[in-house]
Design a protein around this ligand. Structure first.
Ligand code: NAD
Length: 355
């Protein structure tokens, strides 16, 4: 059998929301075949019993199934490292849900095992392909708003809840581990060559005791760009998903579609900043008054495809045709920033970093 036509047999650990998601992705990907599922809650796998899938009752059975090549970990966050290490020690490749681990030290333990056993370890940072984020990347790459001075990246729910284990600190609950890791990953990838030189953050439990159901973090890059990240579960008015102040213009993206919002900048050659729209509500002073419309250029938002090639890359990486799209360095930076956010909030002070 040529390497390209090889089938990789997959076991899924944790068959909840993301376990189901990965099951569908595996079924859609030629070259991957679902062989087994294990969930500590046996009810979760009842529906699978009718299909030609092995249902295991523990991780040991999953790991000792010699036909399994790849184990996908979709359990609550506190169990990722322990399960990933066990799978790697049994010679399995591992795809783990985010966050890769609870700390940078845990992540390093996993990476050391992957290197020791020569197996693939990757993390599902799927929000890199979201259309809103891809639109931000296009706007910045095209220098449509010049140099970004301040980037605001935020998302809020309205229901005020952290579901199930997400409300349990022992399980790795809270919004920083849940959504924060995605927003941190996205931001760091905007400036892969830059260092984060400080982090200042505040975690809050507004309606869910024991875990952060709200946090805000400020990351200062060594190119002087500052990023503000906020996530909360209880905001009953809408804020834009992204707002970026550039030195030549401004970007606002209202939601995850990447199509609602706009890019505005001053028309080429316009110098007459004295001419302003006198609107007391919008700008009740000369300084804050709006520019007249004819001096503003509203640029259409770039149209992005947002095609997620995570699984194609996974297969190519298993076949050693490509390297993994989510690198160890990127995982480490994500975890280091996340730890600095926790530390800053616990100490109520800015943390000087070199990440
Ligand atoms: P979930 O509660 O829907 O499912 C978790 C499942 O794991 C449950 O069925 C539970 O019974 C099972 N489980 C718990 N401990 C286990 C163990 N030790 N061994 C085997 N099974 C165990 O949770 P979810 O929303 O699917 O989240 C799972 C993971 O996926 C989390 O790490 C979360 O951060 C991540 N996630 C990622 C995304 C994304 O967009 N990438 C979205 C949602 C969740």
């Amino acid at each position: 059998m040529s390497i390209k036509s090889r089938i990789y047999y997959v076991g899924i650990v944790g068959y909840g929301y993301m376990g189901n998601f990965h099951c569908k992705k595996v079924n859609e990907t030629d070259g991957l075949k679902l062989r087994a599922v294990f969930d500590i809650d046996e009810k979760k796998t009842e529906e699978m019993e009718l299909k030609d899938i092995n249902i295991y009752k523990n991780m040991e059975d999953m790991c000792t199934d010699s036909a399994i090549d790849l184990i996908i970990i979709c359990t609550p966050n506190d169990s990722h490292a322990q399960l990933a290490i066990k799978a790697l020690e049994h010679g399995k490749h591992v795809l783990c849900e985010k966050p890769a681990a609870m700390s940078a030290a845990e992540l390093d333990e996993i990476i050391n095992k992957a290197e020791k056993y020569g197996k693939l370890f990757t993390v599902h940072q799927n929000r890199r392909w979201d259309k809103d984020y891809q639109t931000v990347r296009e706007v910045l790459a095209g220098e449509l708003i010049g140099q970004p001075v301040t980037i605001i990246s935020q998302t809020f729910g309205q229901r005020g809840v952290c579901f199930g284990w997400r409300a349990d600190p022992e399980k790795g609950g809270g919004m920083l581990y849940d959504w924060g890791i995605h927003l941190i990953d996205q931001l760091l990838l905007l400036f892969p060559e830059r260092k984060v030189k400080s982090v200042y953050a505040r975690l809050r439990s507004i309606l869910t005791p024991a875990v952060d159901d709200y946090f805000e973090a400020e990351l200062e890059f060594d190119n002087e760009t500052v990023a503000h990240i906020s996530v909360g579960t209880f905001a009953l008015q809408d804020l834009p998903r992204w707002f970026i102040f550039g030195d030549k213009g401004t970007l606002r993206l209202d939601d995850f579609t990447g199509t609602a919002g706009g890019v505005s900048r001053i028309k080429e050659g316009v110098k007459d900043f004295q001419r302003v729209t006198k609107n007391q509500a919008l700008g009740p002073s000369r300084t804050m008054a709006h520019l007249e419309k004819e001096n503003l250029e509203n640029i259409p938002l770039p149209s992005v495809e947002g095609i997620n090639n995570f699984y194609q890359n996974l297969l190519a990486a298993l076949n050693k045709e490509e390297s993994e799209i989510v690198t160890y360095d990127e995982m480490r930076r994500d975890m280091q920033v996340l730890e600095a956010v926790f530390e800053s909030s616990a100490k109520s002070q800015k943390i000087v970093t070199d990440i």
